[in-house]
Design a protein around this ligand. Structure first.
Ligand code: GLN
Length: 192
């Protein structure tokens, strides 16, 4: 069984652990760099990216995570996608820069603008997983403003990319761990 870490400093790591277990992987809640050694992949959950950045620095985890990402797949959701982006605006902040995408934080507006949307994923996503629309839960979500031409957009909402794959990494601006649809986690596990 694949062992998949979930960064567990802050945010909704528990829900990702449950989603990974449903998808057939063994979740490991990661709080120390040591733990990365035995993992096949890592999920960076949603939460508050500024807080997560501070905790990453405090725990000395930023460089070990960058190093891990050079070898193994990383999947970032919402705040996790913000941490994975190359450039962050709204306001600007540092990131791990694991993917060549730029994001604007809280791009859809403040808390009141959180929503559940039914989206039609791109044909590639459906071919690699299973047919059907996707329930996308957005919570103070970022908007992906730029995607490297070599990256693949697997789903869009209102024209903006919301699920992007670049090489071994995956980023979603919504929360697939909060629905019973396991296709996005299954897609990530396929990459390990
Ligand atoms: N708005 C948050 C941030 O900027 C992300 C929200 C989320 O992860 N649900 O970090």
């Amino acid at each position: 069984m694949k062992k998949v870490g979930v960064l567990a400093l802050q945010g909704d790591f528990e829900a990702h652990g449950a989603a990974l277990a449903r998808a057939g992987a063994e979740p490991v809640f990661v709080r120390e760099a040591e733990q990365l050694r035995s993992l096949d992949g890592l999920v960076i959950p949603g939460g508050e990216s500024t807080t997560m950045l501070k905790l990453l620095r405090y725990e000395g985890l930023s460089d070990p995570l960058r190093e891990f990402a050079r070898r193994k797949p990383v999947f970032g959701t919402c705040a996790g996608a913000i941490l994975m982006a190359h450039a962050v605006s709204g306001p600007a902040q540092e990131s791990l820069a694991l993917m060549d995408i730029d994001v604007e934080r809280n791009g859809y507006g403040r808390q009141i603008d959180s929503r559940v949307a039914t989206i039609d994923p791109e044909p590639e996503f459906l071919e690699r997983t299973a047919p059907g629309t996707l329930e996308a839960v957005f919570i103070r979500a970022p908007i992906i403003r730029r995607v490297d031409p070599g990256a693949r957009v697997l789903a869009r909402y209102q024209g903006d990319p919301v699920l992007v794959e670049q090489g071994r990494h995956l980023a979603a601006t919504f929360h697939p761990e909060l629905t019973s649809d396991g296709r996005v986690h299954a897609l990530f596990l396929e990459k390990l």
